[in-house]
Design a protein around this ligand. Structure first.
Ligand code: ACM
Ligand code: ZN
Length: 547
């Protein structure tokens, strides 16, 4: 009997020993790569669930950062760390401390100091600290652990660009609140800070506007959708949905907690069939119109000869600016055919009244779009906001307070910057993530076309080599666009963006001379482990492809 008890004790001790032996080791060579990773002599810091996450007493943003770090560590390793408000520097011993350091330069820069005694994550702002804690999170093994050894080191980072964006089209297919929040989570993991949210288009209006309830109720639904690239076969399935204002406020808050600003896009005067189906009097012909079940560009756009249209646009923007507190509102401006305006007596009368005349290659109708855009731009300026528009605006004589989004290649971006516009680079090649990511398309989900491989994304340089030195500051950053004509579910969104977002994150964060594709590929499997750990779908073949 005594021997049996002795053996039971030995077994229990061995099991306990095995349990405490579940250890991992942090690796700071994450994506995007920090600016510097310098080892410090000394023992490792032992991260266990006995460590606390300290934050400065009374600082709500830092408290939220601390709670998030604790959650991230739990998600990654299973360890639960408590958070603690503190002002006492002695409390740092044995713990992780989040600190504001006003002497640091760079609003989004981070500094991580790991010694055997403790971990400090500092930033000049809470946003910088947030990026530091993302680095710490990504350096952890994505497996259950009871101790993680953090090698003594100083790790620093400071993003190259202030605008680090992702776009999501929720018009062509509607995605629910949880999907948008997960998209924001994925952005946070990659150190991105702007979500360009495409909310309205020919195929569906997705934002509740109280003054015009039919926008969501009628404009938010289409009866059927073409299969593939505008085949004659329709699925016969009603598709739609919209975000209530309450849901939008919730999403905007969720984003802000992750230092992400949401830029809503209300595309105008084209891509407006959703609105025209609801309020046909806003079109040149008066309709009837239907929310579109096809892809592409329709000739039916807003009639800007009618004062009612301008009133409508301003009313809608009044509500939009209440929902989205950021500086920018994206007003689209792309792919606006002018054939209806050419035929419309009211649009032609507007041209006459304004004394608009064709100028060189610019038709009177192109300049009418410029006039309309300027009305919207001025209205938003009166409310303290600025516009972003697609690069077609460069052909409409808008003034340089409009920020240009360069999509038809990189050249319009360089042209815009030369003229004095701020510019965001989102060229179709290689930053349209709805495009294929391999030339071997047979086993890929149906896509728009093209071929934007991981390497092409990695090699993208947002600032043209010949852009004059005094214009380079106009390139605010880069963004990938995710149009969803052919993307119907969340796993497909994730498949299209992962791991290409990882490559984009290095374009956005690190200096061109520090980029190295082979080194990036060597760091990618750990990030992919994190994708897997969170249950996100990604294109695993991109980790081994030589394309
Ligand atoms: C666009 O892709 N039409 C901006
Ligand atoms: Zn008209």
């Amino acid at each position: 009997m005594r021997i049996r008890r002795f053996l039971a004790c030995v077994v229990t001790a061995l099991v306990a020993l095995a349990a405490t032996a579940i250890t991992g080791r942090a690796d700071y060579w994450v994506i995007p790569l920090p600016n510097s990773i310098n080892g410090i002599k000394g023992a490792d810091f032992k991260l266990t669930d006995q460590c606390l996450v300290n934050y400065p007493t009374g600082n709500r943003d830092m408290e939220r950062n601390a709670v998030m770090l604790s959650q991230y560590i739990q998600e990654m390793t299973g360890m639960h760390l408590s958070t603690r408000p503190t002002l006492n520097s002695r409390d740092k011993a044995g713990n992780i401390s989040l600190l504001i350091d006003a002497t640091m330069s760079g609003d989004e820069a981070y500094n991580i100091l790991v010694t055997a005694k403790g971990v400090e994550i500092s930033g000049r702002t809470p946003a910088g600290v947030f990026y530091g804690l993302q680095v710490l999170r990504k350096s952890l093994p994505a497996v259950e652990a009871q101790t993680v050894a953090l090698p003594s080191a100083q790790v620093t980072g400071n993003p190259r660009f202030g605008y680090r964006g992702m776009h999501l089209d929720c018009s062509r297919h509607f995605f629910g609140v949880e999907t948008v929040k997960r998209y924001l989570d994925i952005m946070a993991l990659h150190g991105m800070n702007r979500l360009h949210w495409h909310l309205t288009d020919d195929q569906g209006w997705r934002v509740e506007i109280k003054k015009y309830p039919r926008l969501a109720e009628v404009g938010g639904w289409r009866n059927s959708t073409t299969l593939g690239h505008n085949s004659p076969v329709n699925d016969g399935i009603r598709h739609g949905g919209y975000y209530t204002q309450e849901e939008i406020r919730d999403i905007v808050r969720y984003a802000a907690d992750r230092y992400i600003t949401i830029i809503p896009e209300i595309d105008m005067p084209g891509h407006m069939l959703g609105a025209l189906a609801a309020y046909p009097q806003l079109g040149c012909t008066g309709g009837p119109y239907e929310v579109w079940g096809l892809w592409g560009v329709t000739d039916d756009i807003l009639c800007v000869g009618k004062d009612e249209t301008l009133t409508f646009v301003k009313d809608v923007l009044d509500e939009v600016i209440q929902l989205f507190p950021g500086e920018y509102i994206h007003i689209g401006g792309d792919e606006s055919p002018r054939v209806r305006w050419e035929q419309c007596p009211l649009c032609q009368q507007r041209i006459q009244q304004l004394g608009i005349r064709a100028k060189g290659k610019q038709s009177a109708e192109a300049l009418l779009q410029g006039w309309f855009t300027t009305q919207v731009q001025q209205y938003l300026a009166e409310h303290g906001r600025r516009i972003i528009g697609w690069d077609e605006l460069l052909g409409c004589d808008v003034d340089t307070t409009a920020t240009i989004m360069s999509w038809r290649g990189a050249e319009p971006g360089a042209q815009g910057a030369t003229l004095g516009h701020d510019v965001i680079m989102t060229p179709v090649g290689p930053l349209y993530f709805d495009y294929y990511q391999t030339s071997d398309t047979w086993s890929e989900p149906t896509s728009f076309g093209g071929c934007n491989t991981l390497k092409k994304v990695y090699d993208f340089e947002p600032v043209a080599a010949d852009l004059p030195a005094d214009k380079r500051h106009h390139i605010l950053g880069a963004q990938a666009n995710v149009w969803t004509e052919y993307i119907t579910c969340e796993p497909q969104i994730q498949y299209q963006i992962l791991p290409r977002m990882a490559a984009l994150a290095e374009v956005q964060w690190i200096q061109p001379e520090d980029k190295d594709y082979q080194d990036f590929k060597a760091r990618l499997p750990h990030l992919a482990d994190i994708y897997k750990h969170y249950g996100w779908t990604y294109r695993a073949k991109s980790l081994v492809d030589e394309e």
